[in-house]
Design a protein around this ligand. Structure first.
Ligand SMILES: Cc1cc2nc3c(=O)[nH]c(=O)nc-3n(C[C@H](O)[C@H](O)[C@H](O)COP(=O)(O)OP(=O)(O)OC[C@H]3O[C@@H](n4cnc5c(N)ncnc54)[C@H](O)[C@@H]3O)c2cc1C
Length: 523
């Protein structure tokens, strides 16, 4: 075991060999200690995986509950999932349960949502995305004759992208640039159209601007504009239609509860209200953390789940690396409304998407001007349509997500007026589609703006999905999941490889765990 590991170590790093021996000895005796900073999905899943491999794991979370961005707000009998509402790629998520010795179906009561969502275009027309091909054919042909055939071709491309991107591109660690651009990987990048922009690629399939929008806006699930996103992300449209969009009864937070329960069962110790102020470094090694109350905790291995750019800027002494990371492209942020409503609106589907007429401008205003478009795309979630327990009887729980620019350090942004403007636009557009009296029936409103995302979860620039997923920031070109200098400090989560989204962050947790196991000679 030791000789295998030795080959991975640069000769000069005698110190790391000692560390390795220590780790291997510790693992055998169940003594290697791990501190995970942050109880987001990535942190919990990594903690549970490491605990299952015999490590002694403690998770330190700044907030009072686990989940991070995948949080829950509860008020007056209304239950709101704060961010994630689409449970995608269930079979990929099930892998995590399986690897932890559990069955997903024993923890989650998943319901498929089909039609997945209703899209509202600015001309008043709608499109229900569904796995029912007859229904899709009727709707598409009425919008653009001949488009159903294009749709099937597009789904086929998405299938190829999904099949190869998730397993061959996203689902593995890269240890060098050469490995990433190797003779086997380069053709794959070309085949998956990683260097083609998604919106350019959709032009090969549809002419009607509504259809081009309907089959590219999903890039916003990753906080990226279809005008910047690699065409590879057509895998999202494929997986939504073919694998389905699901919802765990009780809300998405049930998933957080399930993972946390499994982690605890495996021996993970969760400590809440424990904000880490600093990662302590000694002799090129991370030795532990200092909490904001001054308490110091040491460990053999550290895993940072807090947003990677924040960790470099605020928890580590690497100023220049923090500067470099902050100069990278970031995803957008969002203004969120969580409305407790004393009436039900059955005309709202579980998932409703309102697309802008000026599609291009709606992204330019968010990603170039870092602002709120005059005519934004936005999303409304009505979970009580699926699960009555999400709202008191006869009432509705509504969550609204309006994408906006991230925080701009060099110009002032008036978030209070941006929020008010977003609210008016949403209420007006909902009124146009028949939800006319909503404002009068909102019992209470909670909201997030980019500064809230930043302060609640320490997200750099309040970016909802962390570092962007443009071609130059994916794969090996994304910050690695182990620190280059402090080799017992690892990263997991949305700003690391492979990126944002629950299934993706779970892959990140698997990859980070594999890296720890490999470095400590267990793999
Ligand atoms: C608006 C929005 C909608 C989304 N919708 C979907 C969706 O429908 N489907 C989907 O699959 N994905 C969705 N996502 C993406 C998904 O929610 C995220 O990719 C995922 O939750 C990120 O998890 P994470 O573990 O990387 O990080 P985080 O959730 O950010 O977890 C990091 C944790 O670290 C903690 N922390 C930070 N600093 C410290 C510190 N100093 N000390 C201690 N703890 C600290 C934070 O409080 C947090 O709990 C959405 C995201 C957003 C923002």
């Amino acid at each position: 075991m030791v000789s295998t590991q030795w080959r991975h170590l640069p000769n000069s790093e005698y110190y790391h060999l000692l560390q390795l021996i220590n780790f291997v000895y510790g693992v055998r005796n169940g003594k290697t200690t791990v501190l995970v900073i942050g109880a987001g999905i990535g942190g919990i899943a990594t903690a549970a995986r490491l605990a299952r491999n015999g490590y002694q794991v403690t998770v330190l979370e700044k907030n009072q509950q686990a989940g991070g961005r995948c949080d829950r707000l509860v008020k007056q009998g209304h239950s709101f999932d704060t961010a994630a509402t689409l449970f995608l790629m269930p079979e990929k998520i099930a892998h995590t349960f399986k690897d932890l010795g559990e069955r997903m179906e024993d923890h989650l009561d998943l319901r498929r949502i089909d039609p997945t969502y209703r899209i509202y275009f600015d001309d008043g027309s709608t499109l229900d995305l569904t796995s029912n091909l007859n229904m899709m054919q009727n709707q598409l042909e009425a919008m653009e004759p001949g488009s159903f055939g294009s749709y099937l071709r597009y789904l086929n491309e998405g299938h190829v992208n999904y099949k190869y991107a998730v397993s061959h591109l996203a689902g593995r660690n890269y240890y060098s640039l050469l490995e990433y651009f190797s003779l086997t990987n380069l053709p794959l990048l070309l085949r998956l159209k990683a260097m083609t922009k998604h919106y350019d690629n959709i032009e090969n399939y549809f002419s009607d601007p509504r259809l081009k929008a309907a089959f590219t806006f999903q890039d916003m699930y990753l906080g990226i504009s279809p005008y910047d996103a690699p065409a590879t992300y057509s895998l999202l449209q494929y997986t939504e239609i073919v694998d389905g969009v699901w919802f765990p009864m009780g809300g998405m937070y049930r998933f957080v509860e399930a993972l946390t329960t499994i982690g605890e069962k495996l021996g993970v110790h969760f400590i809440y209200n424990a904000p880490v102020e600093e990662i302590t470094i000694n002799n090129q090694r991370a030795t532990g953390v200092t909490l904001t109350d001054g308490q110091q905790i040491s460990a053999d291995i550290l895993v940072a789940n807090a947003d990677l750019p924040y960790v470099y800027r605020h928890l580590l002494p690497d100023e220049s690396m923090a500067d470099r990371i902050e100069r990278k492209k970031f995803t957008c942020s969002s203004v969120m409304f969580y409305w407790g409503v004393d009436k039900q609106y059955p005309q709202l589907q579980p998932h409703n998407l309102f697309l802008a007429g000026n599609y291009r401008q709606s992204f330019d205003r968010v990603f170039k001007d870092l602002s709120l478009p005059d005519e934004p795309n936005f999303y409304v979630h009505a979970p009580a349509r699926i699960d009555a327990s999400m709202a008191p009887e006869g009432h509705d729980t509504l969550m609204v997500l309006v994408p906006v620019g991230r925080i701009n350090d060099t110009a002032s942004q008036d978030w209070s007026s941006i929020k008010q403007r977003a609210r008016q636009i949403v209420l007006k557009r909902l009124a146009d589609m028949g939800v006319r009296d909503l404002d009068e029936h909102i019992k209470f409103e909670m909201s997030f703006t980019p500064p809230d995302w930043k302060s609640r979860y320490n997200l750099a620039y309040g970016s909802g999905h962390g570092l962007s997923h443009v071609f130059t920031q994916i794969g090996y070109l994304r910050p690695r999941n182990r620190h280059d200098r402090y080799r017992n400090l690892y990263f997991v989560g949305a700003s690391t490889h492979p990126g944002s989204g629950l299934p993706t962050v779970l892959i990140s947790a698997r990859l980070t765990t594999e890296r720890v196991l490999r470095d400590t000679g267990v793999l």
